[in-house]
Design a protein around this ligand. Structure first.
Ligand code: DGL
Length: 281
């Protein structure tokens, strides 16, 4: 039986990564888990990011995945080592996006790299650490906490989005390459292109993440398990909203979204009940 590849994100944003993974591996099945009910992760404490991402990874393994790709830059920057140490084995692996992001930035830069990401991603400094392992270049990381909520609300093409992007780009100073270090930012590409001088290279690491995964699977053939290109979506948030917004991130209709609730420290399939008025226990 084929094993789907798990893709984990704090919410909808990782669908921009799934889009590229699917393009690169059209015959593989994927299970995407968006922790939308607890997103955004970017302003959370590192311990909370570890707790939430543990629950997500455990759910994806329970769904039959043997390989989990952490699409979320926040989780990748803060919790990947922990997740790999805790869950990695001969038959189970967890991969992230920070090293591929560093590799493509180093491949593109003339010496001055900027990264915009969540507050937690930037506080970790993990991207800078990974770049410095590859090259002696300048790295400037800055937090852009308003951008993910702007995208979540579908405001990418508004003056609000353009003004916010301009303000955050200005905090980076003199750079030649800008890395979109958050899964939501590719949807703001137009605003970024308008805010950056033409000589600055704008990088979405997602296509490179997909290429690296193809390469990794070639080197670890026991984890390559092609199926029929089936997609499943799990969310801790409102499934209807996930399906509606998800289409914009994925670039194709999302279809059915299965709801997960947290019960006793685990994410489990559940029926979502939205009470009107007060909830009394
Ligand atoms: N998925 C997150 C990331 O790539 C962005 C949204 C969040 O703060 O949860 O960092």
């Amino acid at each position: 039986m084929s094993a789907p590849i798990g893709v984990l994100d704090s919410g909808f944003g990782g669908l921009t990564v799934l889009r590229e993974l699917r393009r690169a591996l059209p015959h593989h099945d994927f299970v995407y888990l968006g922790d939308s009910g607890r997103a955004p992760y970017g302003g959370r404490e590192a311990e909370a990011v570890l707790d939430f991402s543990e629950q997500c990874v455990e759910r994806l393994f329970a769904e039959g995945c043997r390989l989990v790709v952490v699409a979320c830059h926040t989780v990748s920057s803060v919790a990947l080592r922990h997740l790999q140490a805790r869950y990695g084995s001969e038959t189970r692996r967890v991969l992230g996006v920070t090293i591929p992001a560093a590799e493509c930035a180093v491949g593109a830069t003339r010496g001055r790299i900027g990264l915009l990401g969540t507050a937690r991603t930037v506080a970790s400094g993990t991207f800078t650490t990974e770049v410095r392992k590859l090259a002696d270049v300048l790295v400037v990381e800055r937090a852009a906490p308003l951008l993910a909520p702007i995208v979540e609300d579908g405001w990418e093409e508004t003056d609000v989005a353009r003004a916010a992007v301009r303000r955050y780009v200005a905090t980076l100073g003199d750079i030649d390459t800008l890395v979109l270090g958050c899964t939501h930012y590719p949807l703001l590409r137009r605003a970024f292109e308008g805010a950056l001088p033409p000589e600055v290279t704008l990088l979405d690491p997602a296509p490179w993440v997909a290429e690296r995964l193809v390469d990794w699977l070639a080197r670890h053939p026991s984890f390559a398990s092609p199926g029929t290109g089936r997609l499943r979506f799990l969310s801790t948030g409102d499934p209807a909203r996930f399906a509606e917004l998800g289409e914009r991130f994925l670039g194709e209709p999302v279809g059915e979204v299965e709801y997960l609730a947290e019960r006793g420290g685990a994410l489990v399939p559940a029926v979502r009940v939205v009470p009107r008025g007060q909830l009394v226990r």
